[in-house]
Design a protein. Structure first.
Length: 431
């Protein structure tokens, strides 16, 4: 696969992955096509066996066994997250005001709200329902077509709109779906939609749905320098880690974990602070007491987008730590451990990047500004594993449409591929 094929695959994946659930579905399909098998208690995980994966709701773990014993070589792990800031539909969302139908929402994560206005929005997520046998079943839905919009207030009615207008998520962000039908029920609407897909459904019992922008991902710029899309943070890293795993040579034990709920703190059954990865590793080892030894010989690369220095806002960066788009992947550092990077992990990444002829950049926040975080520190705490935080430089993070470089994800995939091939041990004795 060359860079252009990689980017075309990235655009396709971004288009499919309108929610964390759909991202896991898209990754699972690609893993199955590559010969990976669903993991269960009887799965053969001897050296050289087929890859396995485990999916739960919006999270996924995939493992490719290496050619030698796991405890001898350790694990090369890459972590990312499947969720992105969005507008989630409330349980009783129907609003009928002034002859219009709107749906009430709750903001998921730290979303930039202004860019959501005047966009063609659709709806996707998962629906739990009673089937014809009386059991509870769950399926994914994605309307794909634009069915909603959040109209702006005309500037004539708010002359100060361009002077840092604040937005009230409760009163000003409800998407508009239709002229008032009077008796519209979202659950009934979903039921009829699913029946149209030949799903045998009695009643919609509950749902997890979000609105999303229907504008498709694109490679843009005079020379195609940029990737523009919703959910680059952090589906770009999910896809990059997945492709590196699919192209791994099987010489080393390689693992990809893509967790849900990072944007809201990772505290969930399928989030990085939950037990999902630890339980999976214990099942693979079949010896719970061996996990600390395995982690001593392993490493986690947490891949999550980094802030590129913005040409219109250069003062928002430390002038010596301003990553540029298409300048290569970024090592993220923070002395308060908001990023988990340590010098030995960073050194290994720089060495691998040099071998792949890939440039590496560094990011540190201004000392007078607060820093974000990733699944890296959480995983380091939960597993006691050496962890490195890296990412692809991005504009407009947490906007409805973000911008990254068309070279950078490919470059990161090359380094992650080298990481999955790097012979044991990862570090010299005394690490």
């Amino acid at each position: 696969m060359d860079k252009q094929q990689f980017n075309e695959g990235l655009l396709e994946f971004l288009s499919e992955s309108t929610t964390s659930f759909h991202a896991v579905q898209a990754m699972s399909h690609r893993l199955v096509e590559a010969g990976f098998q669903a993991f269960d208690a009887d799965t053969d995980l001897s050296p050289g066996s087929a890859g396995v994966f485990y999916a739960q709701a919006g999270s996924l773990i995939a493992l490719l066994p290496g050619s030698g014993p796991l405890l001898d070589s350790g694990l090369r792990m890459v972590g990312a997250h499947t969720d992105s800031p969005c507008l989630m539909v409330k349980p009783q969302p129907e609003q009928f005001d002034l002859g219009y139908l709107q749906l009430g929402i709750e903001v998921y994560g730290g979303a930039l709200l202004n860019p959501w206005f005047d966009r063609d929005l659709s709806l996707a997520g998962r629906v739990s329902y009673q089937d014809v046998d009386g059991a509870v079943a769950t399926t994914l839905v994605d309307f794909r077509d634009p069915i909603a919009v959040i109209p702006s207030l005309a500037i004539h009615l708010d002359r100060e709109a361009n002077n840092n207008r604040s937005i009230n998520a409760q009163t000003q962000m409800a998407p508009l779906l239709s002229m008032n039908t009077g008796d519209f029920s979202l659950r009934d609407f979903l039921r009829e939609h699913l029946r149209g897909k030949n799903i045998q459904i009695i009643e919609v019992l509950d749902y997890e749905l979000c609105f999303y922008d229907t504008q498709p991902p694109a490679q843009i710029g005079i020379q195609g320098e940029f990737i523009a899309s919703a959910r680059l943070d952090n589906l770009l890293s999910c896809y990059t880690g997945l492709q590196a795993l699919l192209e791994a040579d099987g010489s080393q034990w390689a693992l990809l974990v893509c967790n849900d709920h990072e944007e809201v703190g990772s505290r969930s059954a399928t989030g990085a602070q939950g037990p999902m990865l630890q339980y999976f590793l214990q099942a693979v080892l079949n010896n719970h007491g061996a996990l600390p030894l395995l982690m001593q010989r392993s490493m986690m690369i947490s891949a999550d987008n980094a802030h590129a220095v913005h040409p219109s806002y250069p003062d928002k960066h430390d002038e010596r730590h301003g990553p540029v788009i298409n300048g290569g992947p970024v090592i993220k550092m923070n002395v308060s451990q908001r990023y988990a990077t340590t010098s030995d992990g960073a050194a290994l990444f720089r060495l691998l990047a040099r071998q792949e002829d890939v440039g590496v950049q560094s990011f540190a926040m201004r000392a007078d500004m607060a820093c974000g975080s990733t699944i890296g520190p959480i995983t380091a705490v939960e597993l006691g594993v050496t962890t490195l935080d890296i990412g692809v430089p991005t504009f407009g993070m947490h906007s409805i449409r973000e911008l990254a470089g068309s070279d950078d994800a490919w470059s990161l995939q090359c380094v992650l591929g080298a990481y999955f091939r790097h012979p044991a041990p990862l570090f010299a004795k005394g690490h």
